[in-house]
Write a protein that binds this ligand. Sequence first.
Ligand code: FES
Ligand SMILES: [Fe+2]
Length: 460
Amino acid sequence: MKTKPALRDPKTMARSPGITYQQLLDEDTQTVPDVLRLESPMDFGNEDISIERYTSREWFDREVEFLWQRVWQYTCREEEIPETGDYYKYDIAGQSFLVVRTGPGEIKAYPNACLHRGRMLKEYDGRVSDFRCAFHGFCWSLDGKLKDVPARWDFQHVEDEKWKLPELPVATWGGFIFINPDQECEPFEEFIEDIKSQFEGRWPLEKLHIASHTAKTVDANWKIAQEAFCEAYHVNATHPQILMSLGDTNSQVDVWRNCARVITPGGTFSPLLDEQPTKEQMISYAMDLREGEPIPEIPEGMTVRAFRAAGMRAALRGPVGPSIDECSDAELVDSIDYTVFPNFHPWGAYNQIVYRFRPNGNDHRSAIMECIMLAPFEGERPPPAQIQWLAEDESWSEAIGFLGKVFDQDFFNMPKVQQGLESTYKSGVTLASYQESKVRWLHHRLGEFIEEGEKKAGAK
Ligand code: FES
Ligand SMILES: [Fe+2]
């Protein structure tokens, strides 16, 4: 993509008919936080995205070398390694890393490889007092120092000082632990700044706990899986059941350097519907009510958004406290879907969903999607929910209910997108200028990353 990104003017650019997101915010029953008033629509031009990015092994290999080995990436939550010696095995695109708590407030990360003959040090997550390799028994302390070499007399050429486990840069934000496999990477503070400044003081994700964690693989490139969650344009054809309660094409799309967001308003209806639904229809679709189930009555003069927000406030008053009463309707009913480049998707506000998309091992035609539900809690932090892997024939809806139905519809498309791209005579994927601009941003950053990496490698 050659076009230089440029900010667009929200007042003059082409927009969906119907109420804009900012106009909806004007009707909020509470004060809307500044972060939702930001607008940053970005113009990346309208060039197609090359199909080889999804289908070619060569492109995937470039991603492994110049993206995954160079980018800051989310590994696990702090709450998943609460005690000294707890470690998490993080795998990405054929490589494996260990993220370990080495002391209170101290986390380190190492390549998951023994320095003797290279055996993987750990196959599973767990808790240890040191890392002893299962092959010949070389051992390292938690802080990476060489601790024991069996039959040391035969390894006089091994110098302890040079045999520390290589340390990778580690950082945390919002209770999430990030690593960067590149020891000379950009500072984390610069990388995370865009999203950090927007969440700070309003949406403290570190105060939440993992209420559920579900994962499933799909036969599609990791970007096909991810991009299905980066725009609301597909809702009309893929999820028609939610058009009555979702302003799909009214979504606001904002792009910064390392993060972007699509905000899709809830408790309103799609401008693509021929007829405006009644409030009863909207609420029954929003709540996924069955035929004959009672429809709650909405007080005269109250909007569906305000009604749904009031219900959410009542449900959250216990765990969040009285501050929930000042929380805007928007924060309670809208899908505030943030993405941090390249694959980490923490939603904003009180719809506490986090997605992550990764290649499935070293396979460019298979991906892993994870969905983590974060929740506020009262009293002591509950233990984090264990990851639940869904088998190929298990549905998301069985695991996570209403939202799962939507995921099942998305998953149904993904392998078909892969197969279509393998067969097409077209050389590129064509994107909408505005509604799909988060997808375009992901490709723009990906291209930049790969080019930069190749340049650096060439200069060495
Ligand atoms: S490979 Fe690890 S001790 Fe030999
Ligand atoms: Fe979807």
